[in-house]
Design a protein around this ligand. Structure first.
Ligand SMILES: Cc1cc2nc3c(=O)[nH]c(=O)nc-3n(C[C@H](O)[C@H](O)[C@H](O)COP(=O)(O)OP(=O)(O)OC[C@H]3O[C@@H](n4cnc5c(N)ncnc54)[C@H](O)[C@@H]3O)c2cc1C
Length: 409
């Protein structure tokens, strides 16, 4: 049995885990192992778009630039969006955001999740103190540090053992590490699924992220680099199953109608999949020798495309906290170090969760009075320049207590 030693063991090399490995690798103070059982296959430029895409904020883009992974995304494929239009199916209220209003070239980028992950994992090769252990899955973790110190023994399914000061759970919404630590979660299912699919429309997407709020849930069209749009149609689970099973031509007709033909007819439909949507927050983000990041720590409704971005800000904050602790020769897995991370993230995550949940309820309800409130809120925000600028900067992740790697380069 071989025993490996690392300062940090990141479980999960998805978008968030890979980003953390890059951030720590760039800093160079700590040795890092990243475990990923299913590393992604390289994208061919002629491949159709992936089903899973993310709207990437400026703050996350800054993180990718800081760690040198942004060129790897640009060379594959990314799609800037310069405008955002949101409107309410129940009335004529709408709100438009424009990059020029905040003096920017774009509001963010739509990027396939696989592109983000590939570029980050590729970048790891540049960092001497980071090892990517591919095809490695965790079987068991035992924390050895007592009530406040770091330390853990991680057993892999292939019987290798890692001794480390700190385990980072970046293993997604159904985190096994969170489960092994016995950390509970709070939240609820939205009784909605997000149906995703890449489609081509008769009209150009105009580099705009579009979202229509239907009584059954939001429907988003996100612009892709080859002119297609990636849609996220949030609706009741049985309706999502029905839509997924429809013949392509019927699905195209229903989709165009649900979107009020804003981009004309839907002329091409790719494979479809749907995902259950839930709000989830782990009861603790840190324990001695353990931190939860990304979807292992929190899940939110995708209506404002902020889920992965929250995970990237976990990464940037944790990188600051660990770098500082390493410089001061403090225990990087100790509760004293990790509590700083938890305090910094908790407020931000709770605010985002409350905002997404509030929006979901405001737009998802047909209660009398709420339609008027929606129209009032959208019109007020749309017509008040300063308020709109504030909302835009907030959505781009450019305000608040930003960690070093997320600041503008
Ligand atoms: C329909 C939909 C649309 C969305 N749109 C957006 C958007 O526009 N913008 C946005 O910011 N967010 C969006 N999100 C949220 C976003 O997709 C997630 O927040 C993000 O994918 C989470 O990344 P992660 O790396 O934390 O987890 P994951 O992507 O789940 O990665 C976890 C990784 O851990 C690995 N793993 C699992 N188990 C083990 C194990 N035992 N040992 C080792 N490794 C393991 C897995 O192989 C995987 O690579 C959307 C979500 C949905 C459902």
């Amino acid at each position: 049995m071989s025993v490996l030693e690392y300062d940090v063991c990141i479980v999960g090399g998805g978008m968030v885990g890979a980003a953390l490995a890059c951030a720590l690798g760039q800093d160079g103070k700590l040795s890092v192992a990243v475990l990923e059982p299913r590393p992604p296959v390289e994208i061919d430029p002629d491949d159709p778009p992936e089903l899973r895409v993310s709207a990437i904020t400026r703050a996350s883009q800054n993180l990718f630039t800081s760690v040198g992974a942004w060129p790897g995304m640009v060379k594959r494929r990314i799609s800037p969006y310069r405008h955002m239009t949101v409107w309410d199916a129940g009335g004529d209220a709408r709100i438009d955001f424009d990059a020029a209003d905040v003096g920017e070239d774009d509001l963010g980028y739509i990027i396939e999740n696989r592109v983000v992950q590939l570029a980050l994992l590729e970048r790891l090769a540049a960092f001497e103190r980071v090892d990517l252990l591919a095809q490695a899955a965790v079987a068991h973790v035992e924390w050895t540090g007592g009530d406040s110190d770091g330390g853990a023994r991680v057993e892999l399914e292939d019987c290798r053992v890692i001794r480390t000061r700190l385990v980072v759970a970046a293993d997604g919404a159904r985190s096994r590490v969170r489960e092994m630590a016995g950390i509970g979660t709070q939240g609820w299912n939205y009784d909605q699924h997000g149906l995703v699919c890449a489609v081509r429309t008769a009209g150009s997407h105009q580099a705009t992220a579009w979202q229509r709020f239907l009584p059954t849930g939001p429907l988003a069209f996100l612009p892709l680099s080859d002119g297609r749009c990636s849609i996220v149609w949030s609706t009741a689970p049985d309706e999502a199953a029905r839509l997924r099973a429809l013949p392509e031509s019927e699905f195209a007709r229903e989709l165009a109608a649900a979107f009020e033909y804003r981009l004309g007819e839907v002329v091409e439909v790719g494979p479809r999949a749907d995902f259950p949507l839930r709000l989830m927050n782990a009861e603790e983000y840190v324990r001695p020798g353990l931190v939860l990041v990304g979807d292992a720590a929190h899940n939110i409704h995708p209506l404002a495309g902020q889920g992965a971005n929250l995970g990237f800000m976990d990464v940037a904050v944790l990188a600051d906290v660990l770098s500082d602790a390493a410089s001061r020769k403090r225990d990087i897995g100790g509760l004293r170090t990790l509590r700083r991370h938890a305090r910094w993230r908790k407020g931000e995550v709770m605010t985002m969760m409350a905002a997404m949940d509030g929006l979901k309820r405001l737009f998802g309800s047909s209660l009398p009075g709420l339609g008027g409130l929606r129209r009032f809120g959208l019109s007020l925000t749309n017509s008040t320049v300063l308020l709109k600028e504030m909302v835009t900067r907030r959505a781009m992740g450019l305000t608040g207590d930003l960690p070093t790697l997320a600041r503008r380069r």
